[in-house]
Design a protein around this ligand. Structure first.
Ligand SMILES: Nc1ncnc2c1ncn2[C@@H]1O[C@H](COP(=O)(O)OP(=O)(O)O)[C@@H](O)[C@H]1O
Ligand SMILES: Cc1ncsc1CCOP(=O)(O)O
Ligand SMILES: [Mg+2]
Length: 265
């Protein structure tokens, strides 16, 4: 198979899909800006009173447990249930999986509620989610993405999900398919919300791609290529964050495809 990166970004921008995010306080603003910059239409809504109505009009649901609390979890479950009923793609970011028993418990409940279409996390989070008994260090990874491939396959098999593990190389797995995306710069780990944006952008691509594996690979490549281009002009976290958003908005689909380093197995 070939990833139609150029066509996918063109389609995303032409249709500007509504992406419903239930995400964390830290990254809400940056995530909304990243979605707007890439060409999608973000909405943040977490109240149990409205999530079912919101997800009904959305092209994808992004659930991110970064700053979870019981009322938010109620909203996440209702939204996931509704999305599963209507076939709307669900993208789960297990932020901080393995850091506390509460996070692990909630993740188990969410996975029981509805299987995610795509799970996107860093190496530590994917290991923890797959049941490895590791104590992760908050939200940042202490594990290499390539060391989490076995865990990613196990999760993919258990839930039928595409699993996207971020890191120096992003590894995307589903069944017997594996994608390797070797774009990006280490400075991306020094800006909060880069992983969360990767997850939200996977939601934007999932809204317009029939194949969630293709959506996850497209999102990883878009993040990585834009990180590399932004780094040409901004070598420190503050300016890099802004340059990254500018690049997401400015990049042409052809340039994205040209700079992407994707290997498929
Ligand atoms: N060492 C690295 N080199 C290049 N790109 C990286 C590196 N680490 C992370 N990235 C990129 O940064 C983004 C966020 O990934 P990551 O830091 O793993 O997520 P999180 O913020 O959830 O921990 C992804 O697009 C990933 O490809
Ligand atoms: C710092 C922090 N604490 C809770 S959520 C969050 C943001 C994590 O964002 P990312 O996973 O994109 O680095
Ligand atoms: Mg993260």
């Amino acid at each position: 198979m070939v990833i139609q990166l150029e066509a996918n970004l063109e389609k995303l921008r032409a249709s500007a899909p509504l992406v419903h995010n239930i995400t964390n306080f830290v990254v809400m603003n940056f995530t909304a800006n990243a979605l707007l910059a890439v060409g999608a239409s973000p909405v943040m809504a977490h109240a149990a009173e409205e999530v079912e109505d919101m997800v009904t009009i959305a092209g994808a649901l992004v659930v991110n447990i970064g700053t979870l609390s019981p009322q938010w979890v109620d909203g996440m479950k209702l939204a996931m249930k509704k999305a599963a009923e209507s076939g709307t793609p669900i993208i789960l970011d297990p932020v901080g999986a393995g850091a506390t028993p509460y996070r692990n418990r909630v993740l188990a409940e969410l996975l029981e509620t509805a299987p995610p279409t795509i799970i996107r996390g860093n190496g530590s989070e994917i290991l923890a989610l797959a049941g490895a008994s590791i104590q992760t260090k908050g939200v940042d990874s202490t594990a290499d993405s390539t060391g989490s491939i076995g865990a990613a396959h196990a999760l993919s098999e258990r839930f039928g999900s595409v699993v996207s593990v971020s890191g120096a190389v992003d590894v995307i797995v589903q069944g017997n398919r594996t994608g390797w995306v070797s774009n990006g710069v280490p400075l991306m780990t020094k800006v909060t919300g880069m992983g969360c944006s990767a997850t939200a952008i996977a939601g934007a691509f999932a809204a317009i791609c029939a194949d969630p594996f293709e959506a996850a690979v497209s999102a990883a490549a878009t993040m990585g290529v834009c990180g590399e281009l932004a780094y040409r002009n901004a070598k420190l976290p503050g300016s890099f964050q802004i340059a990254f958003l500018d690049t997401l908005a400015d990049i042409s689909p052809a340039h994205l495809a040209e700079l992407s380093k994707i290997r498929l197995e």
